[in-house]
Design a protein around this ligand. Structure first.
Ligand code: C2E
Ligand code: MG
Ligand code: MG
Length: 261
């Protein structure tokens, strides 16, 4: 069940029932450190899936916007954070090495909730997960509105020790402002810059400069959407340590990755 079904018309009421019935599930995609002799999984990103009765699933690009529109995304994101923390606790109890982290995507709306940072702190406490083992991925849209509550949540989460990651880096309007002003730990270079590597000169220049800039700022860079060995080799040569993409693992249920290790 790794293939998306053809585009379907999705209804808010169906999505709400699917969520309330516990039908949504998470696939996990490995984040891989390629700086050493062998690639090493350093974490997983959780990606929400809505399975269809006949097989396949409705991709998040179709149902997350709907969940944002109707407000369900607030409960959905909390469920994702809670689930990844429980899964990580489970892996740690089974002997996973320390430092393995889990990443969850968080929608812009969530950051405007006054109690968001406290909810995350509560989840960390009751699952026993160290804040530094949780990464929250924010898109540039989340910070764009410069909402006061968003700023307070970002600061509080960073003070707790949760890692903040800027997703789809380079696709927004004020990327450099964010690098300067936000307490980030990681940036994720958008797949659209990676797909043309290593031959497309413009992509190579932007990616290479971003890797250097991030190093100067003390940020981890994750290259998204790495599909070809030539892309991975080029990124490694340029000093990008962490990559994510179909080359190293497609999003799948966690058991699949763990047994494949
Ligand atoms: P994202 O966070 O940037 O996730 C990366 C997307 O790229 C995922 O699509 C992943 O399956 C896909 N991908 C990873 N490696 C490759 C590759 O090598 N080649 C190609 N062609 N694609 C690759 P997905 O799972 O369809 O998710 C799309 C977006 O939906 C995510 O983008 C994220 O913004 C959003 N999303 C997914 N799950 C959640 C969630 O639980 N909460 C929220 N708020 N948003 C979510
Ligand atoms: Mg993401
Ligand atoms: Mg992304």
């Amino acid at each position: 069940m790794t293939e998306a079904a053809p585009s379907t018309t999705v209804q808010t009421s169906d999505l709400t029932s699917a969520f309330e019935n516990g039908d949504l599930l998470l696939h996990y995609q490995p984040k891989v450190n390629v700086s050493g002799r062998w690639p090493e999984i350093v974490g997983y990103e959780a990606l929400a899936r809505w399975p269809l009765a006949g097989g396949g699933f409705i991709p998040p690009d179709q149902f997350i916007p709907l969940a944002e529109e109707c407000g369900l995304v607030l409960s959905l994101d909390i469920w994702v954070i809670e689930t990844v923390c429980q899964e990580l606790a489970h892996l740690q109890a089974g002997g996973a090495r320390s430092g393995l982290s889990m990443s969850a995507n968080v929608s812009p709306q969530q950051f405007r909730q006054p109690h968001f940072a406290q909810s995350v702190a509560d989840i960390l406490t009751h699952t026993g997960i160290a804040p530094s083992d949780l990464t929250l991925e924010i898109t540039e849209r989340a910070v764009l509105d410069e909402n006061e509550t968003t700023g307070r949540n970002i600061l509080a989460l960073s003070e707790i020790g949760v890692s903040l990651s800027l997703d789809d880096f380079g696709t927004g309007y004020s990327s450099l402002f964010y690098l300067r002003d936000l307490p980030l730990k990681e940036i994720k270079l958008d797949r659209s810059f990676i797909s043309g590597l290593p031959h497309r000169r413009q992509d190579a220049a932007i990616v290479s400069a971003t890797i250097n800039l991030a190093a100067e700022l003390g940020l981890r860079v994750v290259a998204e959407g790495v599909e070809l060995p030539g892309q991975a080799a080029w990124l490694r040569l340029k000093g990008c340590q962490t990559v994510q993409g179909f080359l190293y693992g497609r999003p799948a249920v966690l058991d699949h990755h763990v047994t494949a290790l």
